[in-house]
Design a protein around this ligand. Structure first.
Ligand SMILES: *Cc1c(COP(=O)(O)O)cnc(C)c1O
Ligand SMILES: [Zn+2]
Length: 414
C-alpha cells in the first residue's frame, strides 16, 4: 500500500459547526450534543491522491486508507471487511420491471452484515487513541461486529442487548468473549445503562453516531459504489434505514469524492426504507419536518430497523431531501414476500432488513417514483443467515422403511 497517511484534520459538529480535536477521544459535540463528523484536508489530497492510485490496493475498505481516520496503519484492525460485490440483478430486475438493477451484497462482510465496516474503523481508531474497553447497546448485529473486532484487537467488549434479541446474535457475542448482558427493554434502555455505568468503568461507547468513526467506515460504501461503477453514481440508491449511519456516511462520501475531483456533482436520489412498525424517518419526511419524533411501541421483524429515535435524524432527512429522494414504509408481510422473491430469483439469501429494500422498490415503481430505465442499487445490508428463523421450513419428514410413504411425499413436492 503506497500511502502518505491519513488526511484527517479535525472533527466538526454537523449541527453547530464547533471544531473538536480529532486526536482526543470524542463522542458527541461538547457544545450542542449533536453528531460530530470527521474532516480531511481534501484540497491537498486532491493534488496528491488520484483515483488511479487505488489500483492494486487491498480488496477491503482499507483501500481508501488516506480518507479514513487512522494515523498509523499498524493500528488497523481488519477482518477483510468491505469491497463487497456489486451484482447485476437480471432476474429480480425482470420481475420488477427494472432494466438496470444492482445488488450491493453486504451480507458477505465479516459477521454477516455491513456493521463490520463501521466497527473495523471505530475499533481501529479507538485502540489507536488508547481505549482498552468498548461498550455498546445493540439490537444484535452491531454487537456481533463490535465483539469480533474487539477480540481481534485484544480489547474488552461490554454488550447490552434486549432480552428478546436473536439467540444467534447472543451466541456469537459470547463466542467472541464479549461480556454480554440482556436487558428487559429496548435498545434505548440498553444505551442508558451503557452511558450510566460506562464512564466510571472506562468503557468507550461506540453507539451509532455517538462516536465519529463508525460513519467513516460506512461511508466507504459510497466510495466503492463509485469505483465499482467506473467512477459514476447510479440514479437511485435504496437503503434500509435504522440509525442511518450508512445514508449519512455515503452522502458524506459523495461530497468528499467531488472535492477530490473523483466524481462530478450529480447525485443519486437517496431512498430510505423502513418498516411500517417503526417508521419515524418516513413520517418526518412526509410531514416536512427537520427532525423525527420518537416512534412509540416500535415493532418489526426487521430488528436492525427497529430504531424509534435516531440521533442523526436531521442528517438522514437532509440527505433524502437534498438528493430529491424519498422515504417509504413497508409491512412485515411485504418484507417476507420480498425475501422469498430475491433469494429465489438471485441466489442471494438476505436478511429481513435487506429484503425491505426490494419491498420498498416495488412500492416506488407502483407509485411511479422510479422509472424502468433508471439505474438502481439496492443495499443488501445483512445475510439471511442472521434472520433465518423467519424462513418457514416445515418440511415432509420421511421414514426410510415406508417406501410408499416416501414416494407419496416426494410426488406431492413435484
Ligand atoms: C443496523 C442495520 C441496518 C440499519 O443501518 P443504519 O445504517 O444504522 O441505518 C440495516 N440492516 C442491517 C442488517 C443492520 O444490521
Ligand atoms: Zn454542536
Amino acid at each position: 500500500m503506497s500511502s502518505a497517511g491519513t488526511y484527517l484534520t479535525h472533527l466538526e459538529c454537523s449541527a453547530c459547526g464547533v471544531v473538536h480535536d480529532a486526536d482526543q477521544l470524542q463522542t458527541v459535540c461538547r457544545s450542542c450534543g449533536k453528531v460530530l463528523l470527521a474532516r480531511y484536508d481534501l484540497a491537498t489530497a486532491r493534488v496528491e491522491l488520484s483515483r488511479d492510485n487505488l489500483a492494486g490496493r487491498p480488496r477491503s475498505l482499507w483501500r481508501y486508507v488516506e480518507l479514513l481516520p487512522v494515523r498509523n496503519t499498524e493500528h488497523v484492525v481488519t477482518l477483510g471487511e468491505g469491497w463487497t460485490p456489486l451484482l447485476p440483478a437480471t432476474g429480480l430486475g425482470r420481475a420488477l420491471g427494472c432494466g438496470r438493477l444492482w445488488l450491493k451484497d453486504e451480507g458477505l462482510n465479516p459477521t454477516g452484515s455491513f456493521k463490520a465496516r463501521g466497527m473495523s474503523v471505530a475499533v481501529s481508531r479507538a485502540r489507536e487513541l488508547g481505549v482498552t474497553r468498548l461498550g455498546t447497546p445493540s439490537a444484535g448485529n452491531a454487537a456481533c461486529a463490535m465483539s469480533a473486532y474487539a477480540a481481534r484487537a485484544g480489547v474488552d467488549a461490554y454488550v447490552f442487548m434486549p432480552v428478546d434479541a436473536p439467540a444467534m446474535n447472543q451466541a456469537e457475542c459470547v463466542a467472541y468473549g464479549a461480556h454480554l448482558f440482556l436487558v428487559k427493554g429496548l435498545i434505548g434502555d440498553c444505551g442508558q445503562i451503557v452511558r450510566r455505568e460506562g464512564q466510571a468503568r472506562g468503557w468507550f461507547d461506540v453507539s451509532t453516531l455517538r462516536e465519529p468513526y463508525r460513519a467513516e467506515g460506512k461511508k466507504t460504501m459510497g466510495y466503492e459504489l463509485a469505483e465499482q461503477l467506473g467512477w459514476r453514481l447510479p440514479d437511485v440508491v435504496v437503503y434500509p434505514t435504522g440509525g442511518g449511519t450508512g445514508i449519512v456516511g455515503m452522502w458524506k462520501a459523495f461530497d468528499e469524492m467531488e472535492a477530490l475531483g473523483w466524481i462530478d456533482s450529480r447525485r443519486p436520489r437517496m431512498i430510505s426504507v423502513q418498516s411500517d412498525g417503526c417508521a419515524p424517518i418516513v413520517r418526518a419526511f412526509q410531514q416536512g419536518t427537520p427532525n423525527a419524533e420518537a416512534w412509540p411501541n416500535a415493532q418489526t421483524i426487521a430488528a436492525g430497523l427497529r430504531v424509534p429515535s435516531a440521533i442523526g435524524d436531521y442528517l438522514i432527512l437532509e440527505a433524502l431531501r437534498k438528493s430529491h429522494g424519498t422515504a417509504v414504509a413497508v409491512s412485515d408481510g411485504e418484507i417476507l414476500e420480498a425475501m422469498r422473491e430475491i433469494t429465489r430469483l438471485e441466489g442471494v439469501f438476505v436478511s429481513t432488513e435487506a429484503a425491505a429494500t426490494v419491498a420498498g422498490l416495488r412500492r416506488l415503481i407502483e407509485a411511479g417514483q422510479v422509472d424502468s430505465d433508471e439505474e438502481i442499487v439496492l443495499f443488501l445490508t445483512g445475510s439471511g443467515l442472521l434472520t433465518s428463523e423467519v424462513v418457514d421450513v416445515a418440511r415432509p419428514v420421511l421414514d426410510p422403511g415406508d417406501v410408499e410413504g416416501c414416494r407419496r411425499a416426494i410426488d406431492r413436492e413435484g
